[in-house]
Design a protein around this ligand. Structure first.
Ligand SMILES: O=C(O)CCC(=O)C(=O)O
Ligand SMILES: [Fe+2]
Length: 143
């Protein structure tokens, strides 16, 4: 059975800005991840005792694009409440995120200029919070 909000977006499509996010949810699904190759949305159906690991934009930049930041969203379904807790790993303010030399060469030019995570974060999550769902906070900020 599906209530009136079924199929509505609970949390819009976004990437996380941090390094890595670790999510744990109750047994009500709703999280979807987008395939970076096909654009297709894939329902995430974790087993009861598993964690979901999401690559954030900062790790994507630090690894000079070797891993992609995952677009994800939450869709509403059913009547049971969904609970989800997240551990967001973030660099301390003042530390610069910069791809190491080993990952930068002619075939892999540096994708992003070095940046301070705290500044990137405050740009996206300003008072309006509108930046939360911008395409990529990182691209606007430090390409
Ligand atoms: O509710 C979830 O499982 C995802 C939450 C999320 O993507 C976020 O807080 O950035
Ligand atoms: Fe997220």
């Amino acid at each position: 059975m599906c209530s009136s909000h079924c199929g509505q977006v609970g949390l819009g499509a976004h990437t996380d800005l941090d390094l890595v996010t670790i999510l744990y949810q109750n047994e009500v699904n709703g999280l979807g991840v987008q395939s970076s190759s096909t654009g297709e949305w894939i329902d995430c159906i974790p087993s009861k005792d598993s964690f979901i690991v999401i690559i954030g934009e900062s790790l994507h930049a630090w690894l000079n694009g070797r891993l992609k930041a995952t677009y994800h969203r939450v869709m509403l379904s059913g009547d049971k409440p969904r609970y989800s807790v997240g551990l967001f790993t973030v660099p301390k303010a003042g530390y610069m995120i910069k791809a190491p030399e080993e990952l930068v060469d002619e075939a892999h030019p540096m994708l992003y200029k070095p940046f301070d995570y705290a500044e990137l974060y405050s740009m996206r999550f300003d008072a309006s919070n509108e930046g939360r769902y911008t395409e990529s906070g990182l691209k606007g900020y430090c390409v």
